[in-house]
Structures are given as C-alpha cells and as structure tokens.
Design a binder for this molecule. Structure first.
Ligand code: FES
Ligand code: FE2
Length: 364
C-alpha cells in the first residue's frame, strides 16, 4: 500500500514529487493513517488561555473519542474521557465552567478530576463506584498549548520539542495572551490542510489581497526541521511597517519574518513578533477535516491590532478552504489518482517532502 510513499520519501531534497492523488482519497490509506500516525501522535487541542479559571472546560472529539479538557480544582489542566461509565452517554457538551459534570441520561455526576461524585436514586450500589471514574487521557502543556495523546503510555512530548523550542525562545511565545478561538469544517483530506499551510508557494496566488503584501511567495525560505516538526520562514518585504510590539530581546531578523511549522502530525502554527496562531487539525473522515484555531497575541498588542489579526486569519482560512475543497474533488480523478507531480524547490515546497518522510517513517 505504501511503496509509492516510500519511494517518494527516499527522493533527494529539492527533487521530490507529491504523493499520488489516491493517498488523499482512499479510505484504506486513511484507516492506516489513523492507526499508525494519528492515534499514536500528540495533538494540540487548544490554548491554555482558553481555560483560565478552575472549572473552565471545553469539549471536543479527537479521532472519534469524545473528550473534556478541564482545569481541575487543583488548577492542573486535565483531559478526561467524555463518556459516562454507566451506559456510555456523553457527559458534557459545549464549553463553560462547572464544579462537576452531571450526565444528562441518569444524572451520574463526576468531579472535574473525573472521580464519580454521586449516583442518584441508588442508596447502596452493588458495584465499586470508585472504579467508575472518567478515564484520564495523556495530556501535556507546552508553549501555551494543550496537547493530547490517545495512546495508553505515550512517549513524553516535551523532550521531543527541544529543536523547536530553540527557534521559538526568542519570540517568548509563552508570554502571549490567548485572544480568540474559531472552528470550522473543511471537506478535504487532513494532509491537504497540513501541506497547504506549510508551503509558501501558494501565498501570492491564493491570498493576493490578504497575504501577498505581507508574506509574498518570492520571500518564502525553508526553515529548520527535525523528527518532531518541519517549517518555513515567511519573510516580510523590507518596506513593510513594523508588525507590532514583539519580545524585548527579539533579534532583528525575527521582526521581519514569521515561522510557520507543523508539529507532526496535526498542529499548524504561525509565529511572528506579535501573533501566535495555531490551526489544530482534527481528521474526521478521508475527505472531512475539522479545524479548531486559536490566536494569541503579545501582551502589548492593542485590541485593534488583535482584531485585525483575527479578521486576517478568518479571511485567509476561507481562501484556503475554497481551494482545498476544490482540490479534494480533482485528487479523486483518474488523471490525479496515480500521478505524482514535481515539488518545485526547497524554499517553496521542501516542507511537503519532509512531511512525507515523516509519514513514511510511521506507515512503513
Ligand atoms: S449513561 Fe450516564 S448516567 Fe446513565
Ligand atoms: Fe493559504
């Protein structure tokens, strides 16, 4: 199933091709990606700043698993299974603040660390109620983001991110304040979303009014990569006025560029002096992807600057969605199914090749 992927992954940098179209449309390939890439990976589910107070929670579904992300009474961020231990109902929905979660079916209620607190109408249960806690899912916090891993005993995330941390230290992104969350569903394969975000080639073509004047295609440059991520730098033209405040110790070059990266497999991030945007990608089917995106800002950014950044991401996401939904249709054509087109060069599309190498390392 993956001979073509392996052959492409072995191509030299700068002279590689895309994956054939069927890699984005074949349900059997998608099922293998779920089992060997996605269920084993760490996924960003949101920003820590979305849950500032004890009891704050949000719910989401990651690869078919309903989850509650909550700041528990001891102030730690936890991820709980959102599936009642009685007869399997989803316990919580939406987002909000709660001292406990009451199941809507028979009102079993759970504390915000998952422990079962009450079983209405049952005075003396025959079963061990202490064994009926909502299961805890592996969770780590890094750089202002919350990460989840569905596997039972995953390799710790943070030690894998030292290479990325070096690139980011200068931006002081952990001091950025959470500002906005958006959510949308795109009718496209999850890998199309990843590849689109991490290549600078389409910027001037797909985003002529929203991005071309800020980050034109001609200034895209391949960035650092390692086992955990790959990236490109999106340089601003010299005549562009300052992009806002930024960290005090920020080196001059980092005032004039954004770093765009994918943390494998599904977090897409753009970091510049003033803004940190994360598109958290949730595959929901071979041709359906949910995107939960957040924007955080340097603490000195004005409300007006922040609103401008949020509006820009809204526009850019819509422009990308239109193209990727159109792409998904043609990738399923006889013309594309077995065709691998050339990636043009390292600076513009080299990150796509690196992403394919990552996939090959998991799927082979
Ligand atoms: S399913 Fe939750 S209380 Fe019955
Ligand atoms: Fe784009």
């Amino acid at each position: 199933m993956f001979e073509e992927l392996n052959r492409i992954a072995a191509m030299p940098d700068g002279q590689a091709t895309t994956l054939p179209g069927r890699y984005y449309t074949d349900p059997a390939i998608y099922d293998r990606e779920i089992a060997d890439v996605l269920e084993l990976g760490w996924h960003c589910v949101g920003a820590v700043g979305e849950l500032p107070d004890v009891g704050d929670y949000l719910t989401l579904t990651l690869l078919g698993e309903p989850l509650i992300v909550v700041r528990s009474d001891d102030e730690t961020v936890r991820v709980l299974s959102n599936v009642c231990r009685h007869r399997g109902m989803q316990v919580a929905e939406g987002a909000g603040n709660a001292a406990a979660f009451a199941c809507p079916y028979h009102a079993w209620s759970y504390r915000n660390d998952g422990r079962l607190a009450a079983i209405p109408y049952v005075d003396d249960p025959w079963f061990d109620s202490s064994a009926c806690a909502l299961p805890t899912i592996a969770c780590e916090v890094w750089n202002g983001f919350i990460y989840v891993n569905l596997s039972v005993d995953p390799k710790a995330l943070v030690p894998q991110l030292s290479g990325l941390a070096v690139e980011l230290a200068n931006f002081e992104s952990e001091t950025f304040a959470y500002a906005h969350t958006g959510e949308e569903v795109w009718d496209t394969n999850w890998k199309c979303v990843i590849e689109n975000f991490i290549e600078g080639y389409h910027l001037s073509v797909v985003h002529p009014s929203s991005l071309h004047h800020l980050t034109p295609t001609r200034l895209a440059k391949i960035g650092p990569s390692d086992e955990a991520f790959t990236s490109f730098w999106s340089y601003f033209p010299d005549d562009l006025p300052s992009r806002g405040p930024g960290a005090q110790g920020l080196v001059a070059e980092n005032r004039q560029r954004s770093l765009l990266w994918v943390m494998f497999p599904t977090q897409l991030v753009s970091q510049n002096a003033s803004f940190l945007a994360s598109l958290n990608v949730f595959p929901e089917g071979v041709a359906r992807t949910r995107i939960r995106w957040t924007v955080s800002a340097h603490p000195k950014c004005s409300d007006e600057l922040i609103q401008g950044a949020v509006d820009m991401w809204d526009t850019v996401n819509e422009e990308d969605r239109v193209q990727l939904e159109r792409l998904q249709v043609s990738l399923d054509s006889r013309a594309a199914r077995n065709h691998a087109g050339p990636l043009v060069d390292e600076d513009k599309e080299g990150t796509i090749h690196r992403f394919h190498r990552h996939l090959a390392s998991r799927l082979s």
